[in-house]
Design a protein around this ligand. Structure first.
Ligand SMILES: [Zn+2]
Length: 324
């Protein structure tokens, strides 16, 4: 992974490059920002830069053995911890950390990447903290998370934090088009729905939900006229469908945002689902500003709760009962 393949996040890139060029790399970074914006890519681009055998001015070569191994996920001095069934347990941390004490096999750096670091249990975080307090030399820790507030402060304070924000839709569309070999026009729907997150846009392209987007939105908007029973039935249907709840959540979030924008008097051009602007306006008029805010607030509350308990259906129920 080269820095050139990471779109945006110029500030983070700058900080990392300077640290590497001056050989003053902090031993732990916390990459915080929404899921799918490119945090993990940046971590791999940074590691590639550190271990590249032929690095140029400001980027790794992408061709040497080390670069190719990082890309293939076979770089021996890189350990990746990620949640299994939503959790990173203390045993996972204990298994990953001893090898950091040894000399690097390929070198000159070893790296422990903790993906979705907020999924660490408190015991796991404490075990990680021990290693962070006495880091083996030439070891880089990168903690990647969308929810840094869930991590213990003791862990966060050991890391240099870099914030990753959302990207402009045009940049997301360009990246997705390039990676998938499709036209920018074909990438636009997914890019608009991704709300500035290329990872989400790529995921949406693979989901059957993108094709069903208009039908999903139309059915949802019709619920403004319906009673609680029918609304909850919609929630049941969505929860029992084979589509991933996370994909449905993306659609619902984009729609609620659009309803709020319309209720606030914003023009159609700002909507994620521009092609559905008419029905969205009708819905916003039916539920009113208060109803739109109530539904969006219910979603945000549910979204905050999901960090601790993943239950998309409960969040959706609250949204559906939130508007009159
Ligand atoms: Zn290289």
């Amino acid at each position: 992974m080269r820095f050139a393949e990471v779109v945006g996040h110029e500030h983070a890139k700058d900080v990392l490059l300077r640290a590497a060029t001056r050989d003053r790399v902090p031993h732990a970074f916390l990459f915080a920002g929404p899921e799918g914006v490119g945090k993990r890519r940046m971590a791999l681009a940074f590691l590639s830069y550190l271990v590249c055998q032929d690095r140029g001015d400001g980027d790794s070569c992408g061709q040497c053995r080390s670069c190719r191994m990082v890309d293939a996920g076979t770089f021996a001095d890189l350990a990746v911890l990620a949640p299994e069934k939503g959790v990173i347990k203390i045993d996972n941390v204990r298994e990953a950390t001893p090898r950091l004490q040894f000399e690097p096999l390929v070198g000159p750096w070893k790296c422990l990447l903790i993906d979705d670091a907020h999924a660490m249990t408190l015991e796991a975080a404490n075990a990680a903290l021990k290693t962070l307090e006495e880091p083996p030399s030439r070891t880089l820790f990168v903690l990647v998370t969308a929810n840094p507030d869930v991590l213990p402060r003791t862990v966060v304070s050991r890391c240099v934090s870099l914030h990753f924000g959302s990207l402009p839709t045009t940049e997301v569309a360009a990246l997705v088009a390039r990676e998938r070999g499709i036209s920018v026009a074909e990438a636009t729907d997914a890019a608009a729905l991704s709300r500035g997150r290329p990872g989400r846009a790529l995921r949406l392209l693979d989901s059957p939900l993108l094709a069903e987007r208009r039908a999903f939105i139309a059915t949802f908007l019709e619920l403004a006229d319906k009673g609680p029973d029918e609304r909850l039935k919609f929630s049941d249907d969505v929860a029992s469908s084979k589509e991933d709840a996370a994909d449905t959540a993306i659609l619902l979030e984009s729609l609620l945002q659009d309803v709020l924008l319309v209720a606030a008097g914003r023009p159609d051009a700002e909507l994620c689902n521009r092609d559905m602007a008419g029905p969205i306006r009708t819905f916003a008029e039916q539920v009113g500003v208060e109803g739109a805010i109530a539904a969006a607030t219910a979603w945000l509350d549910g979204d905050a709760l999901r960090r601790y308990h993943p239950d998309a259906r409960a969040a959706m129920d609250r949204v559906l009962l939130g508007f009159r």
